[in-house]
Design a protein around this ligand. Structure first.
Ligand code: COA
Ligand code: MG
Length: 298
């Protein structure tokens, strides 16, 4: 969580900037965030045309989507070291999205340099930065990159685990239980929390296999991710469900809050509730969960 106000990022859908049919669908979807993609989803021959569409996409931005809430809109740009990255960043800054997602980040410097370009071009403070953690170097540097989240001037608010690139660049075997990726994913979650950043999990490529997708979402929620990046509208509902607090968790949180509100518990740090020890830290956790539940209508 990056602000006092909880912003859900349960379902974060990539929409290729080159795909007009997909772009036209955005207002009908119930995802929390869309990422207009200029990078991996767009072929080299289409990169420039895709970039030129940004202004139109953002000037016709829907106020709310099918969720009834304002959908966060982020632009993913090509790596700043690529032939397209620099012009992508300027075009994205002009469109004033909620965030710009940097691909192939290796070091904190990559994020700082993008932030400098935004500052130099008078991009409003509301334009935040997101970073893909998808290279071996980024995983090794993830703590230092996350630390930027402690300084609002860096604009960094969210990580995205780039599991396809990480699998490709490291040579680990892609298994359905992601066993070889798990240590790196957990390290990313830990770093994100240390830097007070949100973090969303990588995509699930087999977009017709919704049961397996649901299981991966449930696991990612248990690992501490805030949400999942998605490639297809059919994945939205399961992600929204998996990353929302369950009815059981909401009921437990309410009980903790009520118990600490009792006059006899005022000033106590530890109380007993239904045979369990509950500490004030659990109250903070419960309040956070209830804010999240309210925000997503759970
Ligand atoms: N965003 C919005 N709408 C999408 C969408 C997306 N990511 N993916 C598919 N749709 C739309 C299709 O346009 C289609 O619309 P229609 O009902 O008006 O015809 C509908 O959803 C059903 O799509 P479907 O036919 O099942 O899939 P497809 O074969 O058209 O597309 C993919 C499959 C994988 C090519 C497509 O989902 C896609 O490009 N996803 C994003 C990939 C991406 O961004 N990758 C980079 C990050 S990893
Ligand atoms: Mg990638």
């Amino acid at each position: 969580m990056t602000t006092d106000l909880y912003r859900p990022r349960r379902s974060v859908l990539y929409v290729p900037a080159s795909n007009d049919k997909a772009l036209a669908k955005m207002a009908q979807l119930a995802c929390d965030t869309v990422i207009i993609d200029l990078e991996d989803a767009v072929a080299p021959a289409e990169k420039v045309a895709a970039r030129e569409k940004l202004a139109g996409i953002f000037s016709n931005r829907p106020d709310t989507n099918h969720s009834g809430r304002r959908c966060e809109m982020v632009v993913r740009i090509n790596a700043l070291s690529s032939e397209w990255g620099g012009a992508d960043l300027l075009a994205a800054a002009k469109a004033e999205p909620d965030g710009i997602l940097l691909a192939k980040v290796d070091t904190p410097r990559d994020v700082l340099e993008a932030g400098d370009v935004l500052d130099d071009n008078s991009a409003p403070d509301s334009v935040k930065l997101w970073a893909m953690i998808e290279t071996p170097k980024a995983v090794l540097n993830v703590g230092a990159i996350a630390e930027l989240g402690r300084d609002p001037a860096s604009r960094l608010v969210c990580f995205v685990a780039g599991t396809n690139d990480l699998t490709k660049d490291t040579g680990v075997m892609a298994t359905s239980d992601r066993r070889y990726l798990l240590p790196w994913l957990m390290q990313m979650v830990l770093a994100a929390r240390a830097g007070d950043l949100d973090i969303v999990d990588g995509v699930f490529n087999d977009f017709r296999a919704l049961d397996a997708f649901s299981r991966e979402c449930t696991e990612a929620a248990a690992m501490g991710f805030d949400g999942k990046t998605l490639i297809h509208p059919a994945q939205i509902e399961a992600a929204n469900r998996a990353f929302a607090p369950s009815a059981e968790a909401v009921a437990k949180a309410r009980a903790v809050k009520q118990a600490f509100a009792l006059p006899e518990n005022a000033g106590k740090n530890v109380i007993a509730l239904e045979g369990r020890m509950v500490e004030r830290l659990h109250l903070a956790q419960a309040e956070k969960l209830l804010a999240k539940a309210t925000a997503v209508g759970a």
